[in-house]
Structures are given as C-alpha cells and as structure tokens.
Design a protein around this ligand. Structure first.
Ligand code: IMP
Length: 202
C-alpha cells in the first residue's frame, strides 16, 4: 500500500519519512499538478482541504497524509500563523525564506516578548467518511537580528531559538529536530494510527 503526502515541499517529505520510517509519494514527483487553495482560517481546515484535494486526484484510492503548519508569534498576535508560507507576499512579489525571516525580525523589532510556537495539524485521510486528525506544537523564541543561525531545515528555522538546546532549529540535525518538532510529534501520532490499522485493530 502506498501512502501519499499532500505537499510539494521536499524538506517536509524527508522529515516525515524519517518519522514514519516509510517512503511517501508526493504529487510533484508523480506527475500530478497539485496546488489547492488553502482558504481555511485554522490549520486543521487547511489540512483537510489539502488531503481531500489530493485524494480526489488519485485514480487508485490510497491513504493520504496532509499537514498544515506555521509559526505563531505572541507579540504579533499569532501571526503569521496559517499564512506563514505566504508571509510578506504581494500580488507581484514572493519572498525567499531568508527575506521572510528578515521581515519577521523587522516587524518584531526590539519587542521583549519573543515567545513563539510552531503548530502542525496532520491528517491521515481515507476519504471524507474516515480520517484521523491530530495537532501538535513546539514552543520557542524568535531570535534577535544578530541571532539568525544555522543552515539546516527550512523556512523560519534559522530564527527559531530553542533555549533548552541554546541553538536555533536550523542548527539541529534532522534527527534532533524531529525529536522535538511540531511535525515530528504529529507524525508519531499518525504513525501510531497507521500501526493500529496495519495490525487490523481498526
Ligand atoms: P504549509 O506548507 O502550508 O504547511 O506552510 C507552512 C509554512 O510554515 C512553511 O512554508 C514555513 O514557512 C513555515 N513552517 C512550517 N513548519 C516549519 C518548520 O518546521 N520550520 C520552519 N518553517 C516552518
């Protein structure tokens, strides 16, 4: 049985494959055009939008995992939140991850409150009548301007500081990140559901 992952982000695919211990199929590598409009105002809504959109595209129906994640910064009232991927975009201009990180630090300025969290909602989807959905988080802090560090991971990792490691997320190995990350935690819960299903207990 193949398991699909409703993303075009190869970093996310690698991270989740490591957590699940299994290979995943993603639309871009299988010749499928996949660009659903993430119109939900909650992470779990977008998760279901992505999962059902990919499921509908599949000729042979196989389980689909979808996730929706983002960075919520307390001093910015939870922004960029569900809009993290498109933070700072205008009609004519997309920003690179580095530009988004600089914009975030600019917006946050000298704010003393640097608290932030990554959120990940993830679903294991077998069709509109049957799915398992979970949501997890990872707490941390946004660095100061001189604190952008590391070249691992992706997205906001270089500005997300973990006091317990005294490092940014981008300075952790993939294994270390998966052990503490929002996606790692959610992925392990989905792995539990998969093993229950494989063992015929549901
Ligand atoms: P999604 O693909 O719609 O879930 O968009 C998630 C966006 O949130 C990504 O494009 C990143 O900007 C950000 N993001 C989510 N998870 C992470 C992470 O683990 N590290 C860094 N940025 C992340």
């Amino acid at each position: 049985m193949n398991i699909w992952f409703a993303t075009n982000n190869k970093h996310k695919k690698t991270e989740l494959e490591a957590v699940l211990g299994t290979k995943l199929k993603i639309p871009s590598e299988e010749g499928l055009e996949f660009n659903p409009i993430e119109s939900g105002s909650q992470f779990y809504e977008n998760t279901l939008i992505k999962a059902s959109a990919l499921y509908e595209l599949l000729k042979i129906k196989e389980p689909v995992i979808a996730d929706d994640s983002g960075l919520c910064v307390d001093a910015l009232d939870g922004r960029p939140g569900v809009h993290s991927a498109y933070y700072g975009y205008t009609e004519n201009k997309k920003l690179s991850s580095h530009e988004q990180n600089l914009l975030l630090l600019e917006e946050l300025g000298d704010s003393k409150n640097r608290k932030a969290r990554f959120i990940c909602s993830m679903v294991l989807y077998f069709g509109s009548g049957r799915f398992y959905i979970v949501q997890e988080k990872m707490e941390g802090e946004i660095t100061r301007k001189d604190g952008i560090k590391g070249d691992g991971g992706f997205g906001y990792d270089p500005v997300f500081f973990l006091p317990e490691y005294n490092k940014t997320l981008a300075q952790l190995s993939e294994e270390e990140k998966n052990a503490v990350s929002h996606r790692g935690k959610a992925g392990r819960l989905i792995a539990d559901y998969l093993s229950i299903i494989h063992n015929g207990k549901n």
